[in-house]
Design a protein around this ligand. Structure first.
Ligand code: NDP
Length: 277
């Protein structure tokens, strides 16, 4: 079994594994199987969301693993229908009930849905959960620096995490710089390019061959060496193992640079201003 992923201390004190399992798009049955297998292989962090419709399956997988709750790190996300100071608690209880848990490690606002203009209220609701000691860390997802400016101005409480779409072709330099300035941890979703041709790009394949590693492993190493937390998804145990087995080698500065040179800017990034509208 590969060693457990190292953790990073989040601003509000929780320790989050640097690499966890993504669970979109798994249904309940797939999620149950994948989560239990992943934990057996050494994963300790799992990412789900109300919108994935698989929180019950994820919960069953967590319980089947037999690993103590305090050794696991569970993230879920709030849907737009519950963007309201008081509604957040309702959504939180609903996620807990489905997962069969009595707390989450991290609760995120899934998308800002700015046309509703309620994400600041949703964030106030998250801050309340944190202050009440009901959740260990709070955060956002798909928030741009402009969205973050608004929640910081309104609450003066920085989120622990902003989970954003990020891979070597979408390096999100401006977002990462903003996060660094405000002490927010950047979490990369779709880190392997979501099944696109990313892992077949010659620069990545060449580097992987030279290092005797797989394309996925060199890409995940790139995420880790940028200081990110990341959550690759797989339903296949051999790939889950491969994706976790990335803590015993290091890319050189030149190799990091060669991967970052694949950046195409923001062209292929889902637009948080309109997503879900
Ligand atoms: P990923 O970049 O993790 O890619 C997943 C795809 O890569 C799947 O097709 C998987 O196939 C394949 N794959 C996994 N490991 C390997 C490997 N070692 N070699 C080759 N192919 C591999 O994309 P996701 O979009 O799933 O992102 C990860 C997670 O991020 C999601 O599961 C979800 O939890 C989260 N997310 C969050 C969003 C948000 O709005 N906050 C939006 C999208 C995702 P297979 O399963 O067959 O192995």
């Amino acid at each position: 079994m590969p060693p457990l992923a190292p953790t990073i201390r989040l601003p509000h004190g929780a320790d989050m594994p640097r690499l966890g399992l993504g669970t979109w798009p798994m249904d309940d049955a797939e999620a149950e199987r994948a989560v239990a297998q992943a934990i057996e292989l050494g994963y300790r962090s799992v990412d789900t969301a109300y919108a994935y419709g698989n929180e019950r399956g994820v919960g069953r997988g967590l319980h089947a693993s037999g690993v103590a709750r305090e050794e696991l790190f569970v993230t879920s996300k709030l849907n737009a229908d519950w963007h309201g100071v008081d509604k957040v608690g309702e959504a939180y209880d609903m996620s807990l009930e489905k997962l069969g848990l009595d707390y989450l490690d991290l609760f995120l606002i899934h998308w800002p849905n700015p046309w509703l203009d309620r994400y600041v209220d949703a964030y106030r609701g998250l801050v309340r959960l944190l202050e009440d000691g009901r959740v260990r860390a709070i955060g956002v997802s798909n928030f741009t620096p402009a969205h973050l400016d608004r929640i910081l101005a309104a609450t003066d409480v920085a989120p622990d995490v902003d989970q954003i779409e990020l891979d070597p072709t979408r390096t999100r330099a401006a977002a990462r710089a903003y996060h660094a300035e405000h002490g927010i941890v950047t979490e990369s979703y779709s880190p392997l390019g979501q099944g696109s041709d990313l892992l077949r790009q010659p620069a990545i394949v060449g580097l992987a061959e030279a290092r005797g590693r797989t394309p996925a492993q060199v890409v995940l190493r790139w995420h880790l060496q940028l200081g990110l937390v990341t959550i690759p998804k797989s339903t296949r145990p051999e790939r889950m193992r491969e994706n976790l087995d990335v803590f015993d080698f290091e890319l050189t500065d030149d190799e990091m640079g060669a991967l970052s040179a694949l950046d195409r800017g923001e062209v292929d990034v889902a637009d948080p201003e309109s997503f879900g509208h």
